[in-house]
Ligand binder design. Structure first.
Ligand code: AHR
Length: 543
């Protein structure tokens, strides 16, 4: 066993260490401290950070979101009702569609108009060995029943912002412009706007977020950064605005926990910057720079892993912070005013394939409490970088990688990831403030911080979220807010009896919902025991 060390997680490490050592060696009652610094504001937490991703892959769209209007499964205009109800509870910040890799094979014109007349196409994922064995159906042969109008209506139903990914591999820029016209043109102005009206939708959808391709270095066209720079310029030289503040997104790299593709970022921006007079000034064109980070897996499967596998996986997920910083630092050399924000529009765990709830679902995973901790520590990371990260999308919403939901036919279940998003929604639109976490590291080969999290403020309310990853140690912790007096605090604690616990369609209620308690504040002092292997939120009122 590695010797335990004591670490403080914050942007400024110096000052806390002597204090921390005193705590570590037992002179004080508590063994950890969290210091929230309201004066040190980071930035407003964009609701879009709490975003989701829905691709035409396996069981995400068909069976997951769309069951059809004539289905016996409870639905609202064809959308699975239980899913709609749960999405409303978590206040999703945005929903990305139609991919993923699928996006660069998709012709949006296939998915509009009378459903019975829409063409059928081979789905992008049909060649994977898993899908080859799958029975025929919509996950292999795309029926186009769920198209642009269905997606945008779904977004309205769940009260979220749409984020569309345009095809930059098999379609020309004109089709992208046509798509923008279809979605955003007022009635009576353009042919595509009128086509939308003829298809039953009068008011423009006003879609703001548009990705120009997806993973263009791979499934999105096998491009080198210089090729993509050329494609991006061509796609974005003119895009009709229709009074919508368009947010155009350039494709960035895909990073793993041990390999970060800084070269893609450097080469892409170097090439984009070669042409930068005032009209084509690159930071004015790119609202978002997309990053993808899948933290992979450890252990034998999504449900079969040792304690050490668990710590190792959390540590790998925690590399998100480095990924953000490294690409952000490179961007700084090209975007002096810091107009371009990071859009982490695919992130999550990617376990070995084997726990799909149905043979038509691809990359379906069973999410255990380990995944919930990964979700929580990642959302905390985004909050701590609220000045840099403006959009993020966990992959993917239902029946896929790190999903919030599993569904098949009339059965539906929430995963532990759902509870984390439900808890963390309070951060949306809050002002992120710097927070120091001092606690002994975990008892594990891979020394992981003992406590980590994020805090945000709305007036006199501070919302703190904290992950205690240690399987066996509770952390008695004093929460300190210099310059403020704590009046009240309400805790919500999310944990389960075993880190390997999960819900599935046969056992939908293994994972308990977070438990709420009013905390006792003595003379403005807040001491809380952060339970082992838990995610906790504290809603603190100060004066
Ligand atoms: O989320 C599954 C796939 O992972 C996406 O289609 C692709 O963008 C990424 O490689």
């Amino acid at each position: 066993m590695k010797r335990r060390t004591f670490i403080q997680n914050s942007a400024i490490i110096g000052t806390g260490l002597s204090f921390s050592r005193k705590y570590a060696f037992g002179k004080f009652q508590q063994d950890a401290r969290i210091t929230i610094l309201p004066e040190e504001q980071i930035g407003k937490i964009a609701p879009e950070i709490y975003g989701h991703f829905s691709e035409h892959i396996g069981g995400v769209i068909y069976d997951g979101i769309w069951v059809g209007k004539d289905s016996k499964i409870p639905n609202i205009n064809g959308f699975r009702k239980e899913l709609v109800d749960h999405m409303l509870r978590i206040q999703p910040g945005n929903l990305r569609w139609p991919g993923g890799c699928f996006a660069d094979s998709y012709n949006w014109k296939d998915g509009i108009g009378l459903m019975s007349e829409r063409p059928r196409r081979a789905n992008f994922w049909i060649n994977t060995p898993f899908m080859k064995k799958a029975p025929d159906g919509p996950s292999k042969y795309e029926p186009n029943h769920f198209g642009t109008d269905e997606f945008l209506q779904f977004c309205e139903l769940i009260n979220t912002k749409p984020y569309l990914a345009a095809n930059a591999r098999t379609l020309p820029a004109q089709d992208f412009i046509d798509w923008v016209e279809y979605c955003n043109s007022p009635p009576g102005r353009t042919t595509y706007g009128d086509l939308r009206v003829a298809n039953g939708r009068e008011a423009p959808y006003n879609v703001a977020y548009w990705g120009v391709g997806n993973e263009s270095w791979g499934c999105g066209g096998d491009m080198i950064p210089e090729d993509y720079a050329e494609a991006f310029r061509r796609f974005t030289s003119f895009v009709p605005e229709f009074d919508v503040d368009l947010k155009l997104v350039a494709v960035g790299p895909s990073d793993s926990w041990n390999n970060r593709d800084i070269q893609w970022t450097r080469r892409l921006f170097t090439r984009l910057a070669e042409k930068s007079n005032s009209w084509t000034y690159i930071p004015d064109r790119i609202a978002g720079y997309s990053l993808h980070f899948y933290c992979g897996t450890t252990g034998n499967s999504s449900i079969d892993y040792t304690d050490e596998d668990y710590y190792e996986h959390l540590w790998r997920a925690d590399q998100m912070e480095k990924i953000i910083m490294e690409h952000w630092n490179v961007l700084g050399a090209y975007d002096f005013d810091r107009k371009i924000k990071l859009y982490v529009d695919e992130w999550g765990a990617w376990h070995k394939q084997m726990t799909e709830v149905h043979s038509t679902h691809l990359f379906g995973q069973t999410s255990t409490m380990r995944d919930a901790f990964i979700a929580a520590l990642t959302l905390d990371t985004f909050n701590r970088h609220a000045d840099k990260v403006a959009v993020a999308n966990i992959a993917q919403l239902v029946n896929n990688l790190q999903s919030l939901f599993l569904a098949h036919e009339d059965r539906f279940v929430v995963t532990p990831n759902y509870h984390v998003f439900e808890m963390y929604k309070e951060h949306q639109n809050g002002q992120a403030v710097r927070t120091e976490f001092s606690a002994p590291t975990t008892d594990s080969e891979r020394g992981l911080w003992g406590l980590q999290g994020s805090a945000s403020m709305k007036g006199k309310q501070i919302f703190l979220t904290v992950v205690n990853p240690d399987i066996s140690r509770h952390r008695e912790t004093e929460v300190v807010i210099p310059g403020a007096k704590i009046k009240t605090a309400v805790a919500r604690v999310f944990s389960s009896s075993n880190i390997r616990d999960y819900n599935n369609l046969d056992n939908p209620n293994i994972i308990p919902a977070p438990v709420t308690t009013n905390l006792n504040i003595q003379k403005g002092k807040l001491v809380h025991e952060f339970k082992s292997a838990s995610v906790t939120s504290l809603l603190i009122e100060v004066e």
